[in-house]
Design a binder for this molecule. Structure first.
Ligand code: AQP
Length: 337
């Protein structure tokens, strides 16, 4: 691990769902890239989380590999961060069970994400979808995270993680750090292309989000067909111009410029020209990354090796922590005979 100027720990995961949309990228990934230079970072592929919605096993397998390649292509560096797959480290599920015995059902019933996703699953909604915030708590608490970089939609889950850590600490002595969410104010909630009052979400219809690796034609078409506001001027005002402001936030995230500068750069005589400019910006930005990702995917073995090595590093820390936890709650641990 490189020399970090402090020992604060950052933990976050991304589900292998086959799609990384621009909200995922700007809300989560882009922050990871900055954080890995300054903190001790653990970034993982949340494969167990992805099982909370129906999956095709062949597709899931290739999506995990694809996400491995994406992590690296986007710039996550195994020399700087611990990169691993969640299911490679069994302590995540062990701690989930322990924490679930401390989690009041009433806490889980409050979760907005469960309520929304349960509606989509109908009467066959699975228990994993309900308890998934506990797995997320285990993911974070195992590594004594100080910070969890996430988008706005995850804030309620981070609150749960904090509550569970406090509950455990009160009952069994100080064991867990109380983590804080890390939110990038401007890009924490990128909105749907079709409805600027709704979060961009991959479980929504395809035309509502931009997958960062979609073809240039598709990206262009989606941006051109994105909802706009009345008028023709391009300025940032989420109340008067919610749709244009959302597109400007995307531009500012990609350009890495403040809003005043972004508005100047993105000026155009009309919405159509503005959208064409934005589409080109997105296409140029992600094309190079896409090529890199595809190259990395050629050697699956090498790719896996990196995540197996990361898992061994994560496992070492997680094992120590789970032994400490088991002892605190009165379980026998094997190494003590
Ligand atoms: N619209 C968004 N704007 C900013 N950040 C977002 N995130 C998700 N949507 C937005 C953040 O992306 C990270 C990836 O989390 P995930 O892989 O667990 O995906 P998710 O939270 O389930 O969000 P999706 O992509 O929209 O999927 P569905 O439709 O299944 O809910 C997280 O940090 C998240 O906050």
């Amino acid at each position: 691990m490189n020399n970090k100027f402090n020992n604060k720990v950052v933990v976050s995961g991304i589900q292998p769902s086959g799609i990384i949309h621009i909200g995922n990228y700007l809300g989560a990934f882009k922050n990871f890239l900055k954080l890995q230079n300054d903190y001790k970072c653990f970034f993982f592929i949340a494969d167990f989380h992805s099982l909370t919605v129906p999956q095709d096993r062949k597709k899931l397998n290739s999506w995990i590999l694809e996400l491995m390649a994406t992590f690296l292509a986007l710039g996550l560096n195994p020399e700087k961060s611990v990169l691993f797959v969640q299911s490679f480290v069994p302590a995540h599920t062990e701690l989930t069970w322990i924490l679930s015995t401390l989690t009041p059902l009433s806490f889980l019933k409050e979760m907005h994400q469960f309520k929304e996703k349960a509606k989509k699953q109908g009467k066959d909604v699975n228990a994993g979808l309900f308890t998934y915030p506990i797995l997320q708590s285990a993911d974070v608490l195992l590594y004594d995270a100080d910070f969890v970089p996430v988008g706005q939609d995850q804030i309620q889950h981070i609150e749960l993680i904090r509550d569970l850590a406090k509950k455990f600490n009160e009952k069994y002595d100080n064991t867990f750090k109380i983590p804080q969410p890390l939110i990038n104010k401007n890009t924490a909630k990128i909105m749907s292309l079709k409805d600027p009052t709704k979060k961009m979400s991959k479980s929504d219809q395809e035309k509502t989000y931009i997958g960062i690796f979609e073809s240039p034609d598709v990206i262009k078409e989606k941006i051109i067909k994105a909802t706009t506001d009345s008028g023709t001027e391009i300025f940032f005002d989420p109340i008067k111009k919610p749709a244009i402001s959302n597109l400007l936030l995307i531009a500012s995230g990609i350009l890495d410029t403040d809003m005043n500068t972004t508005v100047k750069i993105m000026q155009a005589p009309n919405y159509m020209k503005f959208k064409e400019k934005l589409a080109q910006l997105i296409i140029d930005y992600f094309q190079k990354i896409k090529i890199k990702k595809e190259k990395l995917l050629i050697d699956e073995k090498e790719l896996k090796k990196i995540f197996i090595k990361g898992a061994a590093q994560a496992q070492e820390i997680a094992m120590k922590k789970i032994i400490e936890i088991k002892k605190k709650i009165g379980l026998l641990v094997k190494d003590e005979g």
